[in-house]
Design a protein. Structure first.
Length: 402
């Protein structure tokens, strides 16, 4: 199939270090592996220092950047993004030419209906183009609650328009699917839950040196809802002065976390790597004995609607996982794929870390089980085949290849 992948979120670069960038790359990679021709339209290519963040296997990916003004106030920026999304749809329609497109794939963004607009333009020419909308979060609610949404009515209208136009709405979790259905009555048959996944070829177990200290790690953006401060507090609470802590990622919480590490007396044993290129993540995971997803307890109004990419990557790396018992994580880690602890409970997290430090056989068993589960059921190839299958009413997706 000829596919246009639309990314109208100005905060996500195709080639960036965020989990969202990894998600974009993996979906595109899976589509290409299955024989599809993919062109990506984006507002942000996401490079720094040249092409160092472009994976070798995506070096030939056709990425077309739609320019938009920057450094404006938030209200103007919302309008600029909406305008850029419209231009994105028009550019993709022009690029499609007389042959058209088989599929439009849009990652849901706050003020974009680019997918609906592109589908309408192509259908006006007689092309029966289909639209998949991928929804990773209830962005309208997030923006209202945590930031500011100046043009609420516009954002609502664009969201409803692209939801209504989509043939398939792929939601990363059940709470996100419920949010979509609440905005689009009668959409149940088109809304499907397809969690995150992992590239089990890119991320594999790496033999660990027996000579290095017991090492605990976290990979992800340093934002408040990831609970990284709980990990630092638990690490300090164990009292194990011979352990190391690796924090891989960057974000608004980094300065505060570095100060916390100093105040807790663990700064000398804690390494903040900063933003890490996706290509370097497998090696970093290979240096861990335990990887942690220390989510705090959510406020009742927030719930937990994430599908943590990091946990799938931990599992694929064959590292023992400790995660908060929240959202999909208890089900994902049940059956010996990891250890869950009550969210926000530092003593319980410290106890779990100590248990795994003292029981290498248990660590190895959890790591093997997690890896096996990742390979068997959580690969990106499986996720994309499932998604494409919904386009034809439940085929396995292979019929849509090439």
């Amino acid at each position: 199939m000829r596919i246009a992948y639309l990314l109208a979120d100005p905060g996500i670069g195709v080639f960036g270090t965020k989990g969202a960038s990894v998600h974009v790359q993996e979906v595109v990679r899976a589509l290409r592996t299955q024989g599809h021709d993919v062109t990506v339209y984006t507002l942000l290519r996401g490079l720094k220092n040249g092409d160092e963040l472009v994976p070798d296997d995506l070096a030939d990916l056709d990425v077309r950047v739609v320019a938009m003004p920057r450094n404006r106030d938030a209200a103007s920026r919302e309008l600029e993004v909406a305008g850029a999304a419209t231009r994105m749809a028009m550019q993709a329609a022009a690029d499609a030419g007389d042959d058209g497109l088989d599929l439009v794939y849009e990652r849901y963004s706050l003020v974009s209906a680019a997918g609906a607009q592109l589908r309408a333009l192509l259908r006006a020419r007689g092309h029966e183009t289909r639209l998949v909308l991928e929804v990773n979060a209830p962005l309208l609610d997030e923006q209202r609650r945590h930031r500011h949404l100046a043009h609420e009515e516009l954002a609502e209208d664009l969201t409803r328009a692209v939801l209504a136009a989509a043939d398939v709405v792929s939601c990363v979790s059940a709470p996100v699917a419920d949010w979509v259905r609440g905005r689009l009555p009668g959409s149940a048959q088109r809304v499907h839950v397809i969690p995150n996944g992992v590239n089990t070829e890119r991320i594999r177990p790496i033999p660990r040196s027996a000579e290095r200290p017991f090492t605990v790690g976290f990979v992800g953006t340093l934002k408040p809802w990831h609970g990284t401060e709980l990990l630092l507090e638990a690490f300090a609470a164990t009292g194990r002065v011979d352990w190391r802590l690796e924090i891989c990622g960057d974000g608004p919480e980094r300065s505060r976390l570095e100060t916390l590490a100093t105040n807790l007396g663990i700064a000398a044993r804690t390494h903040f790597h900063g933003a890490v290129a996706p290509a370097k993540v497998p090696a970093l995971l290979g240096g861990l004995d335990v990887a942690v997803a220390p989510y705090p307890a959510p406020a009742d109004e927030d719930g937990h609607y994430f599908s943590p990419l990091k946990v799938y990557e931990y599992m694929a790396a064959g590292v023992a996982v400790v995660a908060s018992a929240i959202g999909e994580l208890p089900e994902l880690l049940e059956g010996g794929n990891g250890v869950t602890v009550p969210p926000g409970r530092v003593p319980a997290l410290a106890e779990a870390l100590t248990l795994l430090a003292d029981d290498p056989e248990l660590r190895n068993r959890l790591g093997r089980s997690g890896r096996d589960a990742a390979v068997a059921t959580h690969g990106w190839q499986q996720r994309v085949l499932e998604l494409l299958g919904h386009l034809d009413g439940g085929t396995d997706g292979e019929e849509l290849a090439a």
